[in-house]
Design a protein around this ligand. Sequence first.
Ligand SMILES: C[S@@+](CC[C@H](N)C(=O)[O-])C[C@H]1O[C@@H](n2cnc3c(N)ncnc32)[C@H](O)[C@@H]1O
Length: 261
Amino acid sequence: MTDGNLLTDQPALYEARFPDPDRLAGRWTEDCLRRHDAGPRVLDMGCGTGRDAAHLHSAGRTVTGADLSEAMLAHARSHHPGPAYVRADLHGFDLGVFDAVVCLDSSLLYCHTNDQLDGFLTSCRRALAPGGLLIAEMRNGAYFLGRTDLLDRPRADAFTWQGTAYRSTTTLTVDRTAQLLRRTRVWTTGDGSRPVEQRSAWRLLLPQELRHFLGVHGFEVVELHDGPGPRTQPPWQDGQLPGTTADADRLHVVARLRTTI
Ligand SMILES: C[S@@+](CC[C@H](N)C(=O)[O-])C[C@H]1O[C@@H](n2cnc3c(N)ncnc32)[C@H](O)[C@@H]1O
């Protein structure tokens, strides 16, 4: 059967499943912000559990975290205080003026359609002060051109959280018509509960397509690369500079809002 989103409905479980004890994603983001002289006001769109927003807050920034999930926002407020947390849809938002919008771990790819991408970038443009930055980190659609290693067979994972054993089987398929990567994940737990099936999808965004969208919306791309980043193998380390290729499975972009169009 299909339920809500087990992970975004249970943010503590999400953090247990995707641990980031060294705050790599937050540190990588802060490094990008500093390298490009961003001002202090940051909007984290699709902030999830709030751990990256809180890291940026601890680095001295004035941070707003926004997400569609009330469960994520409640967790962020209680576990990662400091930033302001608000409910907003990344397809269209108006939350004030910022020096940077960040969008981490494929949140941007919840813009499935071109209209949703246009809505997101129109909102970013409205949200950014002149010269403001958009920083995003996501799956790379180009990885799936000619590669099937992530599609060929279901992937099994297992972990234990608070004494309960969780097992998941994840199947990824490419929907070429919609240009989406569709995921079906079936969860079973050792406590005898019925299996839970969840479906999700991400836009398969190609690097040059993203560059085009950004240009149309008044952004200049200053970095577009496949790593190193917080979710690459090997992961980014302090002081490492961005690469120049966009071939591997993660895509990182830093774009600056042009002051003159
Ligand atoms: C994969 S999680 C990433 C969370 C966080 N950025 C991180 O790196 O840990 C994606 C997040 O996007 C949120 N999300 C999905 N669709 C959204 C939408 N249309 N507007 C705002 N947030 C959305 C989900 O609730 C979830 O918290």
